[in-house]
Design a protein around this ligand. Structure first.
Ligand SMILES: Nc1ncnc2c1ncn2[C@@H]1O[C@H](COP(=O)(O)OP(=O)(O)OP(=O)(O)O)[C@@H](O)[C@H]1O
Ligand SMILES: [Mg+2]
Length: 329
């Protein structure tokens, strides 16, 4: 399988000695939706700027679809789409006019522009709003318009830097629904940065966690959470006095903790272990009133691999970013 995105020992040191990337190794297969998840200042935008050929790495290698971003920059630019973290459309123009400008920048022939714009607008569910000034759009619509302009050239890899920053959950969902439609049709690879754990959890097929310029782990959300270990099945039981021996002897069970009417069974993979645990209890004549599975979250994953709690920068970071967007707009 050809790789869409690849980094080897990538280092970026900014002028004043800020080591924004500290030896990043990463590979993303074609067709995947990949999330780079990390707190403010982790190096997400820096990495994306290197992949999109806006800045050069200090050392190491970066490739997009096999093309070196430094040596083959012009070729890379032809096969990627990019939506920056800051706002990238003009608010005093209509959505349609914005797309037209991007179509011209991309060199899309005059004869095919109208049809292409029409197609992109209807795919993104924005036909109705195309004639209105962007100034009147909601944040979610602006983001969709930006994505539409990045998709005009049918990129092989679409880079999205914080695609839903500052959007409420329903607008966020709408953006991802539209992205999903494009993926189905064109098989595009999506590489997105985010500091929202739930966004990575919900929409990425694979997640890389970045902290202080290092990608500390990569995997599917399920793999990452499992790697934390210790999923817990909590059972409310009734009837017979409970004897944990049989449960303890089950291969998949790591520990059994008794707490009043509750039994906590620590396992590696709760969904796989649950049937065996229930069967074990049934054989002891214990009836289960309720079963719940508690799983580690991406926050626990971050704690395990980055050695600190995930601090998304909270409101300050977001306010700063929104300000930047507004100023640009
Ligand atoms: N042009 C620059 N010059 C100097 N330092 C920079 C520059 N751009 C970023 N940095 C620094 O590099 C580090 C990584 O920044 P980067 O913007 O890549 O992080 P990020 O993960 O995208 O953060 P955010 O979530 O805030 O967007 C930070 O310490 C930042 O202050
Ligand atoms: Mg950033």
């Amino acid at each position: 399988m050809e790789l869409a995105v690849e980094a080897k020992q990538l280092v970026k040191v900014y002028g004043q000695g800020v080591r924004a990337l500290d030896g990043v190794d990463l590979s993303v297969e074609q067709g995947k939706t990949f999330a780079l998840l990390g707190p403010n200042g982790a190096g997400k935008t820096t990495l994306m700027r290197i992949f999109t050929t806006q800045i050069r790495p200090t050392s190491g290698e970066a490739r997009v679809c096999g093309l070196d971003v430094v040596r083959d920059g012009a070729k890379v630019r032809k096969i990627i789409g990019y939506v920056p973290q800051e706002m990238s459309v003009w608010t005093d123009l209509s959505g349609y006019e914005n797309l037209l400008i991007y179509a011209k920048i991309y060199g899309i022939p005059r004869g095919t522009r109208a049809r292409l714009l029409d197609e992109v607008l209807s795919k993104l569910g924005m036909k109705g709003a195309a004639k209105a000034l962007v100034r009147t759009y909601s944040g979610g619509m602006i983001r969709r318009l930006e994505i539409a302009s990045a998709l005009l050239i049918r990129p092989k890899v679409l880079f999205l830097d914080e695609p839903t920053i500052g959007l409420d959950p329903s607008a966020r969902k709408a953006v991802w629904m539209e992205l999903g439609k494009f993926k189905e049709g064109d098989g595009v690879t999506i590489f997105f940065n985010t500091h929202y754990m739930d966004e990575a959890d919900l929409y990425a097929e694979e997640i890389g966690i970045i902290n202080e310029g290092k990608v500390v782990t990569v995997g599917t959300a399920a793999e990452l959470k499992r790697s934390v270990g210790g999923e817990i099945i909590t059972l409310s039981i009734a009837g017979n006095p409970f004897v944990p021996e049989r449960l303890r002897s089950l291969e998949s069970v790591e520990d059994v903790i008794l707490a009043e009417e509750e039994v906590r069974v620590v396992v590696k993979d709760a969904e796989a272990a649950l049937p065996r645990v229930l069967e074990g209890l049934r054989q002891d004549g214990v009836s289960v009133v309720r079963a719940a599975i508690t799983k580690p979250t991406l926050d626990d994953v971050f704690l395990k691999y980055a050695g600190t709690r995930f601090e998304a920068g909270g409101r300050v970071g977001e306010v700063r970013q929104m300000r930047r967007m507004i100023r640009r707009g």
